[in-house]
Design a protein around this ligand. Structure first.
Ligand code: C2E
Ligand code: MG
Ligand code: MG
Ligand code: MG
Length: 284
């Protein structure tokens, strides 16, 4: 009967909820140990400029392998780390390890361009964030001009003086800012004129169907035009197919990141890619 079905549906639903809540508790406690157990690694994904045919930079993406939970996606564990506050410690680790890797590559003459590090809203809003970045830069010796911080619109939605001061202070050191997942947030665009932003990252959701969905192509074109008019660079993320890149090129976008140009790679693989790139650059 419908009543029974309803009950079953409810039981199924609540079992799912319980399982999900249980899973979250497991992830929370496992996350607490992850750093000390060396379960985190960084992956690096190329960002390229097809106009100059060069590496613009690498986005730094955190990876977590747990012995029993397996590989947990950052899309799952980052929001949880934000809720529990663990993101402060994890975010510091990511920044530090990225700068250490970048220094090694600079010493080896590997042409990686910039390192783009994702920063969560609660991380950026922490009172000591600017000090933290300065400290990591000073301790590692990584050049600030090679560091880009990727912020989402959720950071910029509260455009307080303190937030703007923090950004200006970092910008004063040479640090750059990109707005991640641009076009998917709920904030007004007024922050674009108040904040020192260098680059918009056009969200993958507008790229996926750019050749079949008129609205997506129109939005992508508007973002590229907005960037050009405001003197901001625009990079499109999540490019998987050549026809997506060519549609974006027709709209005036030349900066790309996506599986078509390179997967996120662990250190040894990205170093091999960078070595090849160095050879290509010095070849006659
Ligand atoms: P994001 O910053 O927008 O990063 C881009 C995501 O898209 C990455 O997922 C990347 O692996 C994926 N991606 C890149 N190119 C393609 C493509 O062509 N096709 C498809 N299908 N996917 C592509 P990932 O690594 O799973 O990270 C998910 C999100 O987790 C990131 O989105 C970012 O918001 C967050 N995240 C990752 N690492 C960190 C970190 O160190 N700190 C913080 N705060 N957040 C991080
Ligand atoms: Mg990002
Ligand atoms: Mg993104
Ligand atoms: Mg995204």
């Amino acid at each position: 009967s419908a009543k029974e079905q309803g009950r079953n549906t409810f039981r199924f639903y609540s079992e799912n909820l319980t399982r999900k809540a249980f899973q979250n508790v497991l992830i929370d406690s496992a996350l607490r140990e992850a750093k000390s157990r060396n379960e985190f690694r960084l992956a690096f994904q190329p960002q390229i400029d097809i106009a100059s045919n060069t590496f613009l930079g690498l986005e730094v993406l955190l990876r977590w392998h747990h012995p029993t939970l397996g590989t947990v996606s950052p899309a799952q564990f980052i929001p949880q780390a934000e809720r529990t506050g663990l993101i402060q410690d994890i975010g510091h680790w990511v920044l530090e390890q990225a700068c250490i890797a970048g220094c090694k590559w600079l010493a080896e003459g590997l042409p990686f361009g910039r390192l783009a590090v994702n920063v969560s809203a609660p991380q950026f809003r922490a009172d000591d964030f600017v000090d933290q970045v300065q400290q990591v830069l000073a301790q590692t010796g990584f050049p600030p001009s090679r560091l880009e911080l990727e912020l989402t619109e959720s950071v910029l939605v509260h455009d307080t003086d303190q937030l703007i001061d923090s950004m200006n202070e970092l910008r004063g050191l040479g640090v750059q800012f990109a707005i991640d997942d641009f076009g998917t947030g709920y904030s007004s665009l007024s922050y674009l004129k108040k904040m020192p932003i260098d680059r918009l990252k056009l969200d993958k959701s507008f790229v996926d169907n750019i050749n079949t969905d008129d609205s997506d192509r129109i939005i992508a074109g508007a973002v590229v035009a907005l960037g050009q008019a405001m003197g901001l660079e625009v990079i499109a993320e999540g490019i998987e197919h050549e026809d997506q890149a060519s549609a974006l090129r027709d709209l005036g976008c030349t900066q790309f990141q996506g599986f078509l140009y390179g997967m996120p790679m662990y250190t040894s693989r990205i170093e091999a890619v960078l070595r090849k790139e160095a050879q290509r650059k010095t070849a006659p």
